[in-house]
Ligand binder design. Structure first.
Ligand code: NAD
Length: 366
């Protein structure tokens, strides 16, 4: 029999074995024949507060793949909220389907009713395949929605805040490695110049860094390149560039067996979720190669901070001020990892877990 890949081994496990491995509190399978809704809501941990995390609509190759995605993403949300000092737990939802063809008002509102039945244990927001307009439909059935348009008291597009947090994390890593957080004259590759990547390039250009960009879309590359004088490089070439800093801002899993030894940078700091294909293996590989990795779930927390701000009455200035703290959190984690001789990803996870553990004690009495 052919050897199974790690993801396949994971999916071969029973549903309860997977839930138990990630230690989720609750996983809800939502099904509605009339609207064709097939969704999974995963609540990972609610010690710090209600589980907040976006809904992703994606045409998964299998239901097992959808389950794996929602379990991993919701666990990351727990760490992201905990490390950012927010009083939120971790959760996420996936709707199985083609966002371009299968999404409609009835399906979204039915999904909203499933969220309503969780009585606030889960709060949803936008993710891949969803828009602020979709949030409006869900909001018609439940109040447990964030990421609403500005016209409805929401924070609007979170991408500039995410880019700002990523930039703060990058500057902190520069401070650690070079003794100065100035990015002037530094060579930086930005992989993926979509919503977040585009705003990040703008910040880097303002600081007079030399920016290289890679993306699938030619038009977008030309637009960003001409606006900010960034140099376009190939999608594969980006792994071999002789740059100071590499910023993965496309999809997850780009630091993997094929790429980890090709990178020549001293720092990795980007916005993409789940950048390390295998947290333990590739986190350790970067540590061995003396590449300082600013943990993704920490430095891309600007989006979560932005939607959290909506829950307490949206204030953009406050969201930015809180996002700015990513700088000091990143430095703290990089120093901790060095002191303990562990990977920065592990150090960040340990710090997040420590906060959850100690807050569980605080909340053990009325
Ligand atoms: P986006 O879809 O707007 O941009 C992603 C860009 O990456 C696209 O332009 C796409 O063409 C490009 N891309 C895809 N695969 C690529 C590849 N192999 N090489 C080069 N480019 C490639 O998404 P976004 O909102 O900018 O998010 C970027 C990343 O940041 C994602 O991983 C997302 O999960 C993460 N993130 C986003 C937010 C947010 O609020 N937008 C918050 C936290 C984390």
């Amino acid at each position: 029999m052919a050897e199974l890949k790690e993801e396949e081994v994971q999916r071969e496990k029973s549903v309860f074995a997977q839930i138990s491995e990630y230690n989720h509190e609750k996983v809800v399978f939502c099904h509605d024949k009339d609207t064709g809704l097939k969704a999974i809501i995963a609540i990972h941990n609610t010690v710090l507060g209600p589980a907040l995390g976006g809904t992703r609509m994606w045409q998964y190759a299998s239901e097992a793949e959808a389950l794996e995605d929602v379990l991993k993403l919701s666990r990351s949300m727990t760490y992201k909220a905990a490390i950012s000092g927010l009083n939120l737990g971790g959760g996420k939802a996936v709707i199985i389907g083609d966002a371009k063809k299968d999404k409609n008002e009835a399906l979204l509102r039915k999904f909203g009713r499933f969220i309503k039945n969780l009585n606030g244990a889960y709060i949803t927001a936008e993710d891949v395949g969803m828009t602020t307009k979709d949030m409006e439909f869900i909001r018609m059935e439940t109040e447990h929605v964030s990421g609403l348009p500005e016209s409805m008291g929401g924070g609007g597009d979170p991408s500039p805040v995410v880019a700002y947090g990523t930039y703060m994390g990058m500057k902190a890593a520069a401070k650690k490695v070079y003794g100065s957080d100035s990015l002037e004259g530094r060579t930086i590759s930005v992989q993926g110049v979509g919503n977040v990547g585009g705003y990040l390039v703008e910040l880097l250009a303002k600081e007079k860094a030399h920016v290289y960009i890679a993306d699938i879309y030619e038009d977008r590359l030309k637009e960003v390149s001409s606006k900010y004088k960034a140099k376009i490089v190939g999608m594969d070439e980006v792994y071999d560039l002789n740059v100071d800093i590499h910023a993965p801002c496309a999809l997850g899993g780009t630091i993997n067996d094929d790429t980890v030894n090709r990178l020549k940078c001293q720092i990795i700091a980007g916005s993409a979720n789940n950048q390390l294909r295998d947290e333990d293996v590739h986190g350790a590989a970067l540590q061995e190669r003396d590449i300082v990795y600013a943990p993704d779930f920490l430095i891309n927390a600007g989006g979560l901070i932005n939607v959290y701000s909506e829950l307490v009455g949206y204030n953009r200035e406050r969201a930015y001020a809180q996002t700015e703290r990513i700088y000091s959190y990143t430095l703290e984690i990089l120093n901790l990892a060095e002191k303990e001789g562990i990977s920065t990803h592990l150090a960040a996870k340990q710090l997040a877990e420590k906060r959850i553990e100690s807050m569980a004690k605080v909340r053990s009495t009325f």
